[in-house]
Design a protein around this ligand. Structure first.
Ligand code: HEC
Ligand code: HEC
Length: 459
């Protein structure tokens, strides 16, 4: 048995039945060839390696015991990918993302209990939040080249060959049914390792607040960001320098890169452009909340309406998680711990004032992306609301929005940790449920079923 790649072996051979074992966990396609003289090779059959093996009965084997066999990589586009109608990755920006006028929410002063400490540290029952006018450029313009790049990106996103041992793809930690986040607190990385932080959802990257990526905001361009997990030793552990060569051994990539870039040559740059174009095409704006921007709140339950009022007003959530993406351009400390184990933004800025600062994540699709926070410490949205309701910790760098103290007379940093008072929302059970119900209106069921973003490989 001779093979160009891997070290296949014939495991058992009983009357012509061969079980060929391959080091190919990627369900690749192989053509079994046979020869009597090692000069002329005859293709017998193309098969898919399932679970790193396949078996085959060669009827001719009984006639001549002197056959040599070899395997040839047959990962052509037609073999490897699910056959689908050609489709376009172009998406318009949902109108609800574009707010031409500022929207002002005011909560009634009598909505009961607690109150919200604004930036000046004064608790008030009534808070006005002005949302910013947001008018992004269309992320994907009508243009077939972009479609081809996005399609290439989709294949790369789901291809386990991007990891050193062919065990992981981007989709291993960014699952479509979880709005491209992971359902584990820390994801399983390469060689049985765990990631350092909770995986993040990937829709609407084209509108990413301030273009800062990762929980600690350490990257400032999506083109760079998409390459980091590939070389991260906990995640995919692949030497980026060797990746173009590795991918070029797969016949299907020649065709995909050629169509996308006009040349079959693969570089780190074209890999990153493919991946980021794919991510930029994931626009997610088909939610109950988005619908409400046109038809009002008729389709909202009373609980959802109460939740929205609280979110935008008394509970203060929208101060940081602001519509339309329910995220924020700046990182902050939301008081998870008194002493944060993970330095967050300070781990790369090295500034004391950035300790425990994390990206304010989007809450779009949040009902699907649990567990929550940078370390996945909260299993459910109830746990999250419970935390904001009563358990905000007086970290040195806690966001001023959560502090109750006269910051002019006694700067927060000068007070003893024990004397520092944090906001207590004191929400009733119904109000807590309402906040969760409102967050559930941010789920885009279309995104998680959209074929354009699904696994294109035959598995
Ligand atoms: C082993 C799990 C794992 C794999 C594989 C993985 N990621 Fe991630 N991804 C994560 C984690 C964890 C984070 C958060 C990391 C951090 O903040 O330090 C993340 C964050 C990101 C972000 C930042 C999102 C934001 O809002 O800032 C992008 C973009 C991303 N990943 C894209 C990719 C792409 C593209 C691939 C494949 C090339 C990939 N990921 C593979 C786990 C993974
Ligand atoms: C002062 C800014 C601020 C306010 C106000 C705020 N948050 Fe957050 N929120 C954050 C930050 C920062 C994080 C990420 C923290 C981390 O992981 O370390 C976060 C994380 C979350 C998460 C987890 C998302 C995920 O993908 O893991 C949810 C859910 C959430 N907030 C909901 C709310 C709700 C509900 C309110 C109102 C009761 C609220 N937030 C108020 C800043 C804020």
């Amino acid at each position: 048995m001779i093979a160009p790649m891997g070290y296949p072996e014939i495991q058992a051979e009983v009357r012509g039945r061969m079980t060929v074992k391959l080091e190919d966990e990627t369900a690749g396609f192989w053509t079994l060839q046979r020869s009597e003289d090692m000069q002329n090779w005859q293709s017998i059959r193309t098969m898919q390696a399932k679970g790193g093996a396949f078996s085959y009965v060669d009827p001719a084997k009984n006639k001549s015991p002197n056959f040599f066999y070899r395997l040839v990589n047959s990962n052509s586009l037609a073999n490897v990918l699910v056959k689908e109608d050609p489709f376009s990755f172009q998406s318009a920006v949902p109108t609800s993302f574009i707010q031409r006028e500022s929207v002002v929410f005011t909560t009634p002063a009598s909505s009961g209990g607690g109150g919200w400490a604004g930036n000046n540290g004064v608790i008030s029952d009534s808070v006005t939040i002005r949302q910013e006018v947001f008018a992004p450029e269309a992320p994907i313009r009508p243009d077939t080249v972009r479609d081809h790049k996005a399609f290439l990106g989709r294949v790369l996103f789901y291809d386990k060959r991007l990891s050193a041992d062919n065990s992981m793809s981007c989709a291993s930690c960014h699952k479509q049914e979880k709005a491209f986040a992971d359902d584990k607190a820390l994801s399983d990385g390469i060689h049985g390792q765990k990631t350092a932080r909770n995986s993040m959802p990937l829709a609407n990257m084209a509108f990413a607040a301030d273009g800062k990526f990762f929980w600690d905001m350490r990257e400032s361009s999506l083109r760079d960001t998409v390459l980091r997990p590939i070389e991260n030793s906990l995640e995919m552990g692949m030497d980026l320098k060797q990746l173009p060569e590795k991918l070029s051994q797969q016949p299907y990539y020649a065709e995909l890169f050629e169509t996308a870039f006009g040349t079959p040559e693969i570089t780190e740059d074209t890999i990153s452009e493919g991946l980021s174009t794919f991510l930029n095409s994931m626009v997610s704006g088909t939610t109950k909340f988005d619908r409400a921007q046109f038809i009002g709140r008729r389709h909202f339950s009373a609980l959802e309406r109460l939740g929205e009022t609280l979110f935008m007003g008394k509970a203060g959530c929208a101060q940081c998680h602001s519509a339309p993406f329910f995220d924020n351009t700046s990182a902050t400390n939301n008081g998870l711990d008194i002493i944060a184990e993970d330095d967050g933004m300070a781990s790369h800025t090295k500034k004391e004032a950035d300790r425990g600062f994390f990206k304010t994540p989007t809450l779009r699709n949040v009902a699907l992306t649990g567990p929550y926070m940078h370390d996945g410490r909260f299993k459910t949205l109830d746990d999250v609301v419970d935390f904001y309701n009563k358990k905000i910790q007086p970290h040195d760098e806690l966001d001023p929005a959560f502090r109750v103290s006269d910051t002019e007379k006694t700067p927060w940093a000068a007070t003893n940790v024990k004397q520092r008072e944090t906001v207590q929302l004191d929400l009733s059970k119904q109000e807590r449920e309402a906040l969760v119900a409102f967050m559930e209106t941010l789920t885009d069921h279309k995104l998680i079923q959209d074929k354009r973003f699904s696994d294109p490989f035959k598995r």
